[in-house]
Design a protein around this ligand. Structure first.
Ligand SMILES: [Zn+2]
Length: 158
């Protein structure tokens, strides 16, 4: 039996910070390029870490060895980019919603019981998740619900 294909690991260039956050929200391992990181270094980092570099920068395509490491987007605007990524990389926007920290890109863990004292009273009974790196607590508030709706919408439209 063949193993299920691994979800792609991603690296977003510095123009695609918003998209990177949404990829993390969908549960993908998505790193963000540093400010001013050079094209050559970005490509090398993508290759060394087995990531696909997502960019809208045509210059990057001309680099030697960019093939296979690069996903070039022609989209404008978030909705358009989300669909283009589904087409080109098979991104499933309902993959594992809110399983990673939006800031640190590390998998979330169940929060300790004490975390309940740090969140609004009306969400205290929910299962809370915590980022092991930055300590941020995640819960199903209005913001997360709105993001989930967008992920569902992207997952349903191609
Ligand atoms: Zn974090």
């Amino acid at each position: 039996m063949e193993a299920a294909p691994q979800p792609p690991k991603l690296l977003c260039d510095e123009m695609l910070k918003g998209l990177c956050r949404w990829l993390r929200a969908a549960g993908y391992d998505a790193e963000q390029a540093g400010n001013g990181e050079r094209d050559r270094d970005l490509l090398a980092r993508a290759r060394a870490t087995g990531r696909v570099l997502i960019t809208r920068d045509r210059k990057l395509q001309e680099h030697r060895g960019a093939d296979g490491t690069l996903c070039f987007l022609e989209c404008n605007g978030l909705d358009h980019c989300a669909r283009e990524l589904s087409r080109k990389l098979g991104i499933k926007w309902h993959y594992r919603p809110f399983s990673r920290c939006l800031i640190c890109n590390v998998p979330l863990q169940p929060a300790a019981a004490e975390a309940a004292t740090t969140v609004p009273a009306d969400v205290r009974d929910q299962p809370l998740l915590r980022c092991p790196r930055c300590g941020r607590i995640y819960w199903e508030g209005g913001h997360v619900r709105r993001m989930r709706e967008k992920l569902r919408h992207w997952a349903a439209t191609r």
